[in-house]
Design a protein around this ligand. Structure first.
Ligand code: HEM
Length: 399
């Protein structure tokens, strides 16, 4: 298939496992996963200085061992710079701090509370489709659909005014483009990158405290014991963790359905169940990092204290010991996948994703008689820790 692969930056390529240093392998890493898992489910990679874990059993066990395998801290110590503002995010914290924040946040992410955002997801999707299809029968499924809709949904939920969405997206992209820590031992983000974002969240939390509105920031400020920094940094994380993954889920879903020639037949399936298989088959987050807080035994390997451990969720989700015929896409499988993680750091936004994705795709399919992907111009994402697409031009015919 003639994809338009982006060139991988040499520095980034060197931070990747040797078997994934080509665009083709990054787009389709599953053979590499199988080879690695068959050799040994836990392996040390001297070129990246990390331990890689590939089997479902050990990836799940590691995700659930929050005591010995902790999230790497964002900054190394408590220093007074703008980047350390984001340390308080759940994604980067561990132990009792993490437990307290997640405990207080949890109540705002239950399906019952979230039912209220269904209407807004629907109207955001319809409005964005109108924009994407105005005067044209072609648009970029990523830039014109899969990125802006989840961005707007999560920003509205948090309470970021629409005029600031574009600015937020820039910060999210900067943060992601300089973070390599999810697939290597490196941490390349510096304080300068995030000065504006820290200031922005400090200001908006203070502003909502003075003048509460009908949004998550205001609820957290008025109803919880969380500090302004805990609220601001976690709201940044909600945007960070929620926006890209959702875009990847939607784009992977379209790609898989097209590959299975089933876009027109999707109505035969329960879309929610089908999307669970998309999450297993091409998981948006393929790898997550941990640091060994003590020496541990994982399978037959002994992992020294302070080692970086990379948990390959994407490999676990294709493990034949867990899933029959794992490389087949089975829309009825309803798999017990690890795409939302497991254990203490599991995805707090999973109920939003599970509510949002079927509404968005159903709204799209209801509107279209036909959709063709222009594969020559499709650009897969050149990353190991994320699986998705940077560009996917489509031609459409409306019903
Ligand atoms: C298809 C969409 C999504 C996927 C595949 C996904 C995946 C994941 C995974 C694998 C983790 C665990 C990370 C780890 O253990 O290191 C996680 C955590 C997290 N996700 Fe999601 N996520 C999605 C959507 C969302 C949304 C919509 C939000 C919005 C609130 C969100 C917010 C978070 C946060 C804050 C965490 C960190 C939780 C913690 O550290 O305790 N995610 N997500």
């Amino acid at each position: 298939m003639g994809f338009n692969f982006k060139t991988i930056d040499t520095e980034i390529a060197n931070s990747l496992p040797k078997g994934l240093r080509s665009n083709e392998a990054l787009h389709d890493p599953f053979e590499w996963y199988h080879n690695k898992r068959n050799t040994a489910p836990v392996q040390y990679d001297p070129s990246r200085g990390v331990y890689d874990v590939f089997s479902y059993e050990l990836v799940k066990k590691s995700l659930q061992d929050g005591e010995n395998l902790v999230r790497p801290e964002l900054t190394q110590e408590e220093i007074d710079d703008p980047l350390s503002y984001f340390d308080a995010g759940m994604v980067w914290s561990n132990g009792s701090d993490h437990k307290q924040v997640k405990g207080e946040m949890f109540q705002y992410f239950t399906p019952r509370i979230l039912n209220g955002i269904e209407e807004s997801i629907l109207s955001i999707t319809k409005a964005q489709l109108d924009t994407a299809m105005s005067d044209t029968n072609e648009f970029d499924f990523v830039e014109d659909f899969a990125v802006p809709i989840p961005l707007r949904v999560i920003m509205d939920f948090i309470g970021i005014p629409q005029a600031d969405h574009e600015r937020l997206l820039q910060w999210l992209e900067t943060f992601r483009s300089v973070m390599t820590s999810e697939d290597s031992d490196e941490m390349s983000l510096t304080e300068g990158h995030m000065t504006g974002a820290a200031q922005y969240f400090e200001n908006i939390v203070a502003e909502r405290r003075a003048n509460p509105q009908n949004d998550l920031i205001s609820q957290l400020v008025t109803e919880t014991t969380l500090t302004p920094k805990q609220i601001g940094s976690n709201c940044f994380d909600f945007a960070l963790a929620g926006q890209g993954t959702m875009s990847e889920l939607l784009t992977n879903a379209l790609y898989i359905l097209d590959q299975q020639s089933s876009i027109s037949e999707f109505e035969d399936h329960d879309l929610s169940v089908l999307l669970e298989e998309v999450l297993r088959y091409r998981s948006p987050l393929q790898a997550r990092a941990r640091r060994a807080a003590s020496q541990i035994k994982l399978g037959k390997s002994t992992i020294p204290v302070d080692s970086t451990v990379i948990l390959w969720i994407g490999a676990a989700n294709r493990d034949p010991d867990q899933f029959t015929d794992p490389d087949s896409f089975n829309p009825h499988r309803d798999p017990n996948h690890l795409a939302f993680g497991s254990g203490s750091h599991n995805c707090i936004g999973a109920p939003i994703a599970r509510l949002e994705a079927p509404i968005i795709l159903q709204t799209l399919f209801d509107r279209l008689a036909r959709l063709d992907i222009d594969y020559e111009r499709v650009v897969p994402k050149p990353k190991a820790s994320k699986l998705g697409f940077d560009r996917m031009p489509v031609q459409i015919v409306e019903k």
